[in-house]
Write a protein that binds this ligand. Structure first.
Ligand code: GLY
Length: 355
């Protein structure tokens, strides 16, 4: 697959990843290479990744615990301390080998250690391949509030080796697919229709779909890297989706929701709001609901959950001047940003989801 050039770095695919990485390491005089993994990618991805590396440089491995609950500043402090103890300096390189938690957190650690060192993302989850590792967003959660702390700072390169998908449970593939479905809804109806027919079990045939998804995301980031306008559309379904994800993380009695599972609910709610406020076509709304519930199941909410989730919306990063700013759709691929929605309508959208 052709590489994708962004304004700051290049995204390489499959066998090209290691050719380009090894060239880069030969050309650049890094003092040391640090590879950040989590407990899962240490076991399932690191041995293969190391087998592809051709470098005489010293390599140190730093491991963090796997899981969203460890995507916090305490884990960053652990990694900063490890870097310091292992004599990292400003000419060191961090390679993040993992899913969204590792690439987001590792990018943030690199961006802040000694005021910033270079880093490379090697996404191993579908979610991180099509979203988290592309576009320079780095950061961690604050308590259960998603991605509240972070900076936009681009990696040196992104290496997407779809072989790593073989290491994932189907549930994780399904979660990543939510972001691909979102790319279709906000940018490309033909892509949405294609994705609507895809099953997580078919992930071995996903290469072209992943490529198309990264192209959609990259085109948006190229036009608006700092999220002043267009990039906000990538948050479709995320306003309520993030609040739902945080709420489920907070409550031990709730099932664990993967990011994509929460975003799928958020997309159904946002599409309902789009119909109410912008006349989004009803038959498309029904189809979107059908596909997303088929792929992600239906979560049962209690009445008091709605109020608590709405309360969490005040922490959404797109908010400004006290307003909660939703991304909505006039139609598939026709986005509207900075939309204000009443709580009554949000409650109605939950009723629509639940019936
Ligand atoms: N994940 C949304 C963005 O990168 O803007």
């Amino acid at each position: 697959m052709e590489s994708i050039t962004t304004s700051n770095y290049i995204i390489f695919f499959n066998e090209n990843c290691y050719i380009e990485l090894n060239n880069f390491l030969r050309k650049t005089d890094f003092s040391k290479i640090f590879i950040l993994v989590d407990t899962n990618t240490h076991e399932h991805c690191l041995p293969y990744f190391l087998s592809q590396l051709e470098t005489e440089n010293v390599i140190e491995i730093i491991e963090i615990k796997a899981g969203e609950i460890h995507k916090n500043i305490e884990t960053c402090a652990g990694v900063w301390n490890a870097l310091s103890e292992l004599d990292a300096d400003r000419k060191s390189l961090i390679i993040n080998v993992g899913g969204g938690v590792v690439t987001d957190l590792g990018g943030f650690v690199a961006s802040t250690f000694k005021r910033g060192i270079k880093y490379i993302n090697v996404p191993t989850s579908l979610l991180s391949m099509v979203d988290a590792s592309v576009g320079g967003k780095t950061g961690v959660d604050l308590g259960t509030l998603k991605n509240q702390i972070g900076v936009i700072n681009f990696s040196e390169m992104v290496l997407i080796d779809t072989q790593f998908l073989n290491t994932l449970p189907t549930k994780e593939i399904n979660s990543g697919m939510a972001e691909m479905l979102k790319h279709g809804l906000i940018q490309d109806e033909a892509y949405w229709k294609k994705m609507a027919n895809v099953k997580a079990e078919d992930y071995k045939n996903f290469d072209t779909l992943i490529y198309e998804s990264v192209v959609i995301k990259n085109n948006i980031v190229l036009q608006d890297p700092n999220e002043n306008g267009l990039r906000k559309t990538l948050n479709y379904g995320h306003t309520l989706g993030h609040a739902i994800e945080s709420y489920f993380l907070l409550d031990r009695d709730k099932p664990t929701l993967l990011h994509g599972e929460a975003i799928a609910i958020g997309m159904i709610l946002a599409t309902y709001l789009s119909k109410k406020l912008f006349n989004f076509p009803e038959e498309k709304l029904d189809f979107i609901k059908k596909i997303l519930i088929h792929n992600y199941g239906k979560i049962t909410f209690k009445k008091h959950d709605y109020k608590n989730i709405i309360e969490l919306l005040k922490f959404d990063k797109k908010n400004s001047h006290g307003n909660i700013n939703f991304v909505l759709l006039e139609d598939i691929a026709k986005t509207k940003i900075d939309c204000i929605v009443t709580n009554e309508l949000i409650l109605e959208s939950f009723e629509f989801y639940s019936t």
